[in-house]
Design a protein around this ligand. Structure first.
Ligand SMILES: Nc1ncnc2c1ncn2[C@@H]1O[C@H](COP(=O)(O)OP(=O)(O)OP(=O)(O)O)[C@@H](O)[C@H]1O
Length: 259
């Protein structure tokens, strides 16, 4: 399934937040969305998930305008993990995963044997099978993020949208979470678009990078061609060094900021 934004713009009141954004995510791709705080990453992801309608342009799912599709149809194909998902209830981990199956169920049915099998398989894949009976509210931030990723996998989406999934996680959790997503994309031929602040993680795990600055796409391509010293200077206002050590690695010296 191809997710495509075509000339997408969005405003909050009189303020333009996104302008003329073109973007395409194809099966088997991990696309990193990078840009400074306030550049419009979360706003764009919400438009891509069909949660908001763009003021201009259109978001397409395999050529059909996402706004013309029933919410349930979109949810059968697109999973969205927002920043720090919270809940007023105190569900168990198992309950959270069950929610991932909702778009595939008729409203009056309970979980089928197939639903349970998918949940078991994903719980093993994401190594949360030991915490299924625990309450979500009692988990650490890293564990919760892992459960949210698992909930997205359980949805069996063709497109996964993640908004800064590695925020507040220690380096080991960050790496294992990105590895999980990359492996899932490789195994299922789904695609993922992920807003990330860590340029090294983006370089390591993304096939393609889209750079957003003040609501516009200002760069797009493979990490080695987009995450450059000049882009980091122009877009983030930081003087960084790219140390090419078996791939690309971004290093920012303490006296390197601002450029
Ligand atoms: N519903 C809204 N009403 C008014 N302004 C909004 C709304 N949603 C977003 N904005 C504004 O749009 C701008 C872009 O916000 P957005 O959260 O999309 O950026 P971001 O790149 O995800 O930022 P961060 O990296 O800090 O999460 C911000 O200035 C924000 O205040």
């Amino acid at each position: 399934m191809i997710l495509r934004a075509d000339g997408v713009g969005w405003s909050a009141g009189r303020r333009t937040i996104l302008s003329d954004v073109d973007l395409r995510v194809s099966p088997g791709e991990v696309v990193g969305l990078i840009g400074p705080n306030g550049s419009g990453k979360s706003s764009l992801l919400r438009l891509l998930a069909g949660l908001r309608r763009p003021a201009t342009g259109t978001v397409f799912l395999d050529g059909t305008a996402i706004g013309s599709l029933p919410r349930r149809t979109v949810a059968q194909s697109v999973a969205f993990v927002e920043q720090a998902a919270t809940t007023d209830q105190n569900p168990t981990v198992s309950d959270v995963l069950e929610l991932g199956r909702t778009p595939h169920r008729r409203s009056w049915t309970v979980g089928s044997a197939r639903d349970r099998k998918i949940i078991e398989t994903v719980a093993r894949e994401t190594e949360i099978d030991g915490m299924l009976d625990e309450h979500y509210g009692s988990l650490s931030g890293g564990e919760r993020q892992r459960v949210q990723i698992a909930r997205a996998f359980v949805q069996e989406p063709q497109v996964m949208i993640f908004d800064e999934p590695t925020n507040h996680l220690d380096i080991k959790y960050q790496l294992s979470l990105m590895e999980l997503v990359a492996a899932h994309v490789a195994d299922t031929d789904a695609s993922a678009i992920i807003a990330l602040h860590d340029l090294n993680l983006a370089t390591m795990f993304c096939d393609r990078i889209v750079v957003l600055s003040a609501g516009r796409v200002v760069g797009e391509g493979p990490p080695s061609q987009t995450i450059t010293e000049s882009m980091i200077g122009d877009v983030f206002g930081v003087q960084a060094r790219i140390v090419d050590d078996d791939g690309v690695w971004v290093r920012v010296d303490r006296d390197g900021s601002p450029s």
